[in-house]
Design a protein. Structure first.
Length: 465
């Protein structure tokens, strides 16, 4: 039943948006968790895909000239020396350091692999990491990826950009609350913590945040830095309420929850879903306020990209509203849906008063001999189908006037022999290159095709929708 419902919503949501029935489809397995919270996949089902060739009236009349950032040069704004956002009409627009109109298209986790196979392949193909990065930057730029997302090799990028004619844009992952959690657990092992987000209410968090961000001052004058992520997938989720309400009485989130219930004159058994969302959002607001304030003092020039919200957090109206006060661009890790649904697009347009970009999405091909069990991405038959899903997914993003870009997850496949990999990143075909750094040519070819047309497609959608 769950699969039928999801398929119906995804299929008809796409059709209602564009007003025609799709004739192309790919086969996929839908990801979910069973009652034991184990990852399970459905049998093969057909999912619709939209292609550029389906767009009635779309044609390439003129080539759009782009600069070293991949930005369109005939549309310009103020030249500030840094990336910035501006709403023009009803579309959110990014501008690069030179003042040209920019669209953020990147890949996450651009770094060398740590498994024995990764290391052997690196040596045989590139000799050293400097050569690897130079070759990888060329691969990305040649295929229209002008940016590196979270968990990428920032040091290598900065070194490369010192002499590069065409720089590679990058963003930092600061892991602020994550670092504070590690600090507290090390220094105060006896302390009982209900959930990592409760630490955002710790009175010492602002001071730690200031200390943690001192090092970021070195980035403030770098024109090639897009912005800063403060953390990843913090559990600002409605399900977190249960761990908070059952926590130790000294826990800061528990104390806040008791005050919240008192203010509503209700007990914990009577609280509604909407009230839980408001409470979780109140913790998120403290987090965003503290982080944004400290970050802007250290680096006032670059964009604050939020903390890559996920799951139910991206549907929490109260959280979207409070984040809009402190975050420049909302980063959203997007799983569980075939493409951007009309329900979510409408929700974000109404309650999120800033632009957004999708900072994780991917599919895994069943044709490369990998287990593909880890991770929440969709499984498709082969690399051609990965390319078809990508085209379908990003066409929906380009049509959305609040969206300013996306990051594909990730640069390299997960090596099953990597001893350092976390459980969500084992034995899976997520990359644009395999474990031996060999590119997936079919996938990259389609990615490049769409990237080269992104501004023409935006112009097309802006006229049609």
């Amino acid at each position: 039943m769950r699969i039928l419902i999801i398929s119906f919503l995804i299929f008809f949501g796409a059709n209602f948006l564009y007003g025609q029935v799709l004739k192309d489809s790919v086969q996929t397995k839908i990801w979910s968790r069973n009652t034991k919270r184990e990852i399970v996949f459905s049998d093969w089902v057909n999912m619709p895909v939209r292609k550029v060739s389906h767009l009635g009236g779309f044609s390439i009349l003129d080539t759009i000239e782009v600069n070293q950032y991949g930005s369109r040069t005939e549309l310009t704004g103020n030249k500030t020396g840094f990336f910035y956002k501006k709403k023009i009409g009803d579309r959110w627009t990014l501008f690069d350091p030179l003042g040209a109109v920019y669209y953020e298209v990147g890949v996450t986790s651009v770094r060398t692999g740590k498994s024995p196979l990764n290391k052997s392949a690196l040596t045989s193909q590139f000799a050293n990491e400097k050569q690897w990065f130079s070759s990888t930057a060329s691969l990305l730029l040649d295929n229209g990826f002008h940016s590196m997302g979270s968990w990428s090799d920032v040091i290598a990028a900065r070194e490369y950009n010192k002499s590069a004619v065409n720089p590679i844009v990058y963003s930092t992952q600061l892991s602020i609350l994550t670092a504070f959690n590690a600090f507290i657990r090390k220094e105060f092992p006896e302390r009982k913590i209900s959930n990592i987000i409760s630490l955002a209410l710790d009175p010492t968090f602002p001071a730690f945040c200031e200390m943690h961000l001192v090092e970021q001052a070195k980035f403030k004058d770098d024109p090639h830095l897009f912005g800063h992520f403060s953390d990843n997938e913090l559990p600002f989720l409605i399900s977190t309420w249960e761990s908070i309400i059952s926590a130790d009485s000294t826990d800061f989130a528990f104390i806040a929850a008791m005050h919240f219930l008192d203010s509503l004159k209700i007990n914990k058994m009577d609280i509604t879903k909407a009230q839980k969302e408001v409470f979780i959002a109140s913790i998120a607001e403290t987090y965003f306020m503290v982080v944004s304030s400290a970050l802007k003092r250290v680096d006032p020039n670059h964009l604050y990209l939020g903390c890559r919200i996920h799951s139910s957090a991206k549907e929490n109206i109260a959280l979207l509203q409070v984040a809009s006060k402190y975050v420049d661009i909302m980063s959203i890790n997007y799983y569980g849906y075939w493409d951007l649904t009309e329900k979510l697009a409408t929700l974000w347009n109404k309650y999120l008063h800033i632009p957004f970009f999708i900072t994780e999405f991917y599919t895994k091909g069943d044709d490369v001999g990998m287990g593909n069990i880890s991770g929440a991405g969709w499984i498709v038959r082969n690399q051609k189908d990965r390319a078809a899903h990508y085209e379908n997914f990003v066409l929906k993003l380009l049509s959305n006037k609040q969206c300013v870009g996306w990051h594909w997850f990730r640069y390299q496949d997960n090596d099953p022999a990597d001893p350092s990999a976390d459980p969500s990143n084992k034995d899976a075909n997520k990359g644009i290159v395999n474990t031996s750094y060999e590119p997936y040519i079919v996938l990259l070819g389609k990615m490049k095709e769409i990237h080269d047309l992104k501004f023409q497609l935006i112009d097309y959608f802006d006229k049609k929708l």
